[in-house]
Design a protein. Structure first.
Length: 415
């Protein structure tokens, strides 16, 4: 049975996203691989070049998000086929389509993931329309009368595991400490604030003090705000990761450091936004960012935070906000910093390795050894096997005799 499960693990994948954070860190996984970790650095370089050439009509995109208007998309999809550009990472390997034509990524994603919602008194029956236009029956969702509201999915910029450590990590990258919670797309428009999951489901609708988020401050239809947040249920707080649109002005094609500067400048200007009131039932708090130098990372890992820490997001300073997963945003759990980045970190609650991490330390060492052997041209079959990884697992693989630990190994944030 174990041999059968290992065979399936080596050939089956549920995600097309490279280095998906829904799976365990490739360096910490005992399973075999498809891709070389060197591919991530090459994809970073390609994306930085691509975003200089591609420009999306972000004003129109933000308006459609705010107004929930997705009409007329199929004709634009036909235009996309004519201009489709293909980029190769390696011989025989091509980037996913969202990278090869990132300028129209949101249109492609909308078309592939659009859903038809049937409203009913006993709930909403969600039906999916596939690429051929046929309808497949869905499942009954919820039990309310309002049905389910949806946006085109993949509107959030998602991270990959930080595999290939950038050579310019200390100069061109910044890190954000993330709380335990769920990713949320916040759209404040037309006097109401909506919270969507990363899959596009509207899970809450409320008033807020965000521009356009309540009837008092929504003076014009152009007053809308779109934020990338993490919702922490314990603190009833939306921790703001990023800003895509503020008062109708889009920031998708702005660099990360400018978006963060704007976010921390504008959030304090909205009086009462960080407090829980009747008009603002959930707090909105901007997450701080720090340099990625070894000294700064050690200082961050020894700090106390007003929330339970889930992990670290590493942003490239020049990255634009692009929906979908991207190698320009990396994800690590705090205890992984010393092994993956190779820096000495202070002992503390954040850097304490869980029991399962000790079991997987051997895989980390073998992976690094495999990389060195590959560079020197001495890639043995075993090194080739360990230098690759598989992405199908949705949680950290269990041990044959797992230690009894109250801490669940998988990341709690839907990153």
């Amino acid at each position: 049975m174990e041999e059968l499960s290992q065979a399936l693990a080596g050939s089956f994948s549920v995600s097309q996203d490279l280095n998906s954070t829904a799976a365990p860190h490739p360096r910490l996984s005992q399973y075999k691989s498809k891709y070389s970790s060197l591919e991530q650095s090459e994809r970073r370089r390609q994306l930085l070049e691509l975003q200089k050439l591609k420009r999306l009509d972000y004003v129109n995109h933000a308006r459609r998000l705010a107004e929930d208007d997705w009409t007329g998309m199929e004709s634009e999809e036909e235009e996309e086929k004519k201009d489709d550009e293909k980029m190769e990472v390696d011989t025989g390997k091509k980037l996913p389509k969202r990278y090869a034509n990132q300028g129209r990524v949101w249109r492609t994603v909308w078309r592939r993931n659009r859903k038809i919602v049937c409203h009913g008194a006993k709930g909403a029956c969600v039906k999916e329309e596939n690429m051929t236009g046929s309808i497949t029956p869905g499942v009954e969702e919820g039990g309310g009368d309002e049905g389910i509201d949806m946006l085109g999915c993949r509107e959030l910029m998602l991270s990959e595991w930080l595999i290939d450590v950038p050579s310019d990590l200390g100069q061109e990258w910044i890190v954000v400490v993330c709380p335990v919670g769920k990713r949320a797309l916040i759209v404040a428009s037309q006097g109401s604030t909506s919270a969507y999951t990363k899959s596009g489901y509207c899970v809450n609708r409320f008033s807020s003090l965000l521009p356009g988020g309540n009837r008092r401050n929504s003076t014009t239809a152009k007053d809308y705000t779109i934020l990338d947040c993490i919702y922490n249920e314990v603190n009833q707080t939306y921790y703001v990761l990023d800003v895509m649109c503020w008062r109708g002005h889009p920031f998708y094609d702005c660099q990360t450091d400018f978006r963060f500067y704007w976010m921390h400048s504008k959030l304090p200007e909205e009086e009462g936004l960080g407090e829980k009131t009747k008009l603002n039932p959930f707090k909105f708090v901007g997450l701080k960012n720090f340099p990625c130098t070894p000294e700064s990372l050690c200082k961050v890992l020894s700090m106390d935070f007003p929330f339970e820490v889930d992990g670290l997001l590493f942003y490239h300073k020049q990255a634009h906000y692009s929906p979908g997963s991207t190698p320009l945003v990396g994800w690590l759990r705090p205890y992984m910093v010393s092994d993956v980045l190779g820096i000495a970190v202070p002992a503390g609650p954040l850097t304490t390795k869980p029991e399962y991490a000790g079991y997987q330390l051997q895989q980390i060492i073998e992976h690094k050894k495999s990389q060195k052997e590959g560079i020197m041209g001495k890639l043995t079959p075993r090194a080739s096997e360990n230098g690759c990884y598989e992405l199908e697992h949705l949680s950290t693989p269990k041990l044959k005799s797992p230690p009894q630990s109250p801490n669940h190994p998988e990341s709690l944030m839907e990153n």
